[in-house]
Design a protein around this ligand. Structure first.
Ligand code: GCO
Ligand code: CA
Length: 251
């Protein structure tokens, strides 16, 4: 592999790595040579098998990021495994689909806690460690709803706008300290998150008709962007939100 993109010798912490986009990005980083620490809810996951089948090294940590004591603990546990974390992908996220007037307090706060508050706390904890060693790559997972309001997903849209804000504000502070903070904004991806809208024929057709590539994205579609933003190839890229969306944002 072109050395600029190599992650040989690097250690990556990926949240929500047990399936979907997190699993796809974890596999991408492993293919580029990184040791991956995947954090997720307890339960079955085939990420370890998949990464080991690629010849990669994978460590699994169990975490429930709805508990805001967990990010600090997770950061400590992850750093303890090899003594370092060079790459952080804040991917774990949830969504609640309901008209705003029917939202419960939990529909608001649980999404904000996982998608926004836990993201900041993990950035802070791992960021401190990266600042100390003078280098690091943080990749936050944003969304098309970092730009748009979406339909009946108000806490998700708010949290994803916040992810873009966290990314830009930390980039302003940490770019001079060797820590690159960027985000990936996936487009409409065929994962659990979008199953309800893919199961609604009208919504599915209207989304597909707006995607210039004419298809839903897959976890593999994020691998190139993740490797780029995790590697030396992006050393002069800071505070950027990279849309990987088959053209959605321009359409
Ligand atoms: C929606 C979708 C989005 C996607 C994705 C878009 O209802 O508009 O579910 O929320 O999940 O984040 O990038
Ligand atoms: Ca607690």
């Amino acid at each position: 592999m072109e050395p600029l993109f190599s992650l040989e010798g690097k250690v990556a912490l990926v949240t929500g790595a047990s399936r979907g986009l997190g699993q796809g990005m974890a596999m991408g980083l492993a293919k580029a040579g990184a040791t991956v620490i995947g954090a997720g809810l307890s339960g079955s996951s085939d990420t370890k098998e998949k990464i080991e089948a690629l010849g990669g090294i994978y460590h699994e940590l169990t975490v429930d990021l709805s508990d805001l004591d967990e990010p600090v603990k997770l950061a400590k546990q992850a750093i303890a495994i090899t003594g370092r974390v060079d790459i952080l992908i804040n991917n774990a996220g949830i969504i609640r689909r309901k008209p705003a007037a029917e939202y419960t307090d939990a529909d608001w706060f649980e999404v904000i806690n996982i998608n926004q508050n836990a993201v900041f706390l993990l950035c802070r904890e791992i960021g401190k460690h990266m600042i100390e060693k003078g280098s690091g790559k943080i990749i936050n997972i944003a969304s098309m709803l970092s730009y748009q309001g979406g339909l009946t997903v108000p806490s998700y849209a708010a949290s994803k706008h916040a992810v873009a804000g966290i990314t830009k504000s930390l980039a302003n502070e940490w770019s001079s300290k060797g820590v690159n903070v960027n985000a990936i904004a996936p487009g409409y991806m065929a994962t659990d998150n979008t199953a309800p809208i893919r199961n609604n024929p009208d919504r599915k057709a209207s989304i597909e008709s707006r995607i210039p590539q004419g298809r839903w994205g897959t976890p593999e579609d994020l691998q190139g962007a993740a490797i780029f933003l995790a590697s030396d190839a992006s050393n002069y890229v800071n505070g950027h939100v990279l849309c990987v969306d088959g053209g959605w944002m321009g359409s």
